[in-house]
Design a protein around this ligand. Structure first.
Ligand SMILES: O=C(O)CCC(=O)C(=O)O
Length: 336
């Protein structure tokens, strides 16, 4: 059996020095095809459901995965937003098809993530997103932030790896990521609420370095941009004629705080577990969504299978919506 290759020592050093690493060939393009096709089928199912409700006229069946959702959005912003919100997975368990789980648990990706975490005991973080950045629509533009801005403060010094993986070639034209290198070792920068489309934003004056030093992280389909949770990053508009599909997945060591052992049925009405649980230091970095053990040599019997992953996604999203161990950032209207 061929084990999936880990990263080289030079790649690992680069990541820890720079706060990011682009690996252009983590996946073969064919590895991502099942996910692309299932997303396309999901769009088709959602569009048909909207049509059955009398809310959508043109299914745009003739268009491919890289264009169809944009055409639906152009016809009706409301329909486009409904489908996008569903796929992005912010509520209701989000998109959690088997094809999604296969990518999250892909040995090829986990081998690389393990190299960066320095352990084979890996928890897939609760927060992953599928992002269809539509051509010439501002909503997909993500302002400067660190992922830690969204996480609870007790995880500031933990390493949570974001794996940003495009499902099409990500280029300057279609709005790839911008990364501020060598700035990931300090405190979490001041964020403000009120950024574009409700995102948190670090204003230019609060960035740890001059944004003109940003690296443009173009990345081919099959590649992955690895970042730390304190690496400032943003993404720019999509000026192309197709959708910039991407996913961002997150992983941490099983030693870092997580909610793997926490089941919603053991929570009280306020969404809290009993004190004994928290005494173990186990408040998840992002409590409202479920973490799951995705690789373990010490406890292979505890590695989450697909059915359990679905149950955790679906249950956590509902029961813990009001649970809050978050930091509070000030509000701002005038962002740059
Ligand atoms: O995909 C994008 O445009 C932004 C993604 C992002 O900010 C993230 O993964 O944290």
């Amino acid at each position: 059996m061929n084990a999936a290759p880990p990263l080289t020592p030079a790649q690992i050093s680069f990541f820890h020095e720079e706060g990011y690493l682009i690996v252009p060939d983590v996946f073969a393009p064919a590895d991502l095809e099942p996910l692309r096709q299932e997303l396309h089928r999901e769009i088709d199912r959602k569009a048909r459901a909207l049509k059955a409700e009398g809310r959508l006229e043109n299914l745009h069946e003739e268009l491919d995965f890289d264009r169809r959702l944009a055409a639906i959005y152009r016809d009706s912003k409301e329909n486009g937003e409904t489908i996008m919100r569903h796929l992005e997975g912010l509520r209701g368990g989000g998109f959690h098809a088997p094809e999604m789980f296969d990518v999250i648990a892909s040995p090829k990706l986990l081998a690389k993530v393990g190299s960066l975490l320095g352990t084979g005991e890996i928890v897939a973080s609760s927060v992953y997103r599928i992002r269809p950045k539509l051509p010439n629509i501002g909503r997909g533009v993500v302002p400067w932030h660190q992922d830690s801005g969204y996480f609870s403060t007790h995880c500031d010094k933990q390493l949570i790896i974001t794996c940003w993986a495009p499902l099409v070639d990500a280029t300057v034209e279609n709005g790839c990521m911008q990364i501020l290198p060598r700035t990931h070792r300090g405190e979490v920068a001041m964020h403000h609420t009120g950024g574009n489309a409700g995102f948190l934003v670090i204003k230019d004056e609060n960035l740890p370095d001059d944004p003109r030093k940003a690296v443009t992280a173009a990345c081919p389909r099959g590649g992955v941009v690895f970042m730390t949770n304190r690496t400032p990053h943003c993404s720019t508009p999509n000026y192309s004629d197709h959708i910039r599909w991407s996913m961002d997945l997150r992983y941490q060591s099983a030693e870092a705080p997580n909610n793997v052992g926490l089941w919603p049925e053991s929570l009280d009405a306020a969404g809290k577990a009993d004190d004994a649980f928290y005494e173990k230091g186990n408040v998840a970095c992002y409590p409202p969504e479920a973490d799951f053990l995705v690789q373990s040599r010490l406890h292979p019997e505890q590695v989450t299978n697909y059915a359990e992953y679905v149950r955790r996604r679906e249950t956590y999203d509902r029961t813990q919506a009001n649970f809050s161990a978050f930091r509070r950032w000030p509000e701002s209207v005038a962002t740059k």
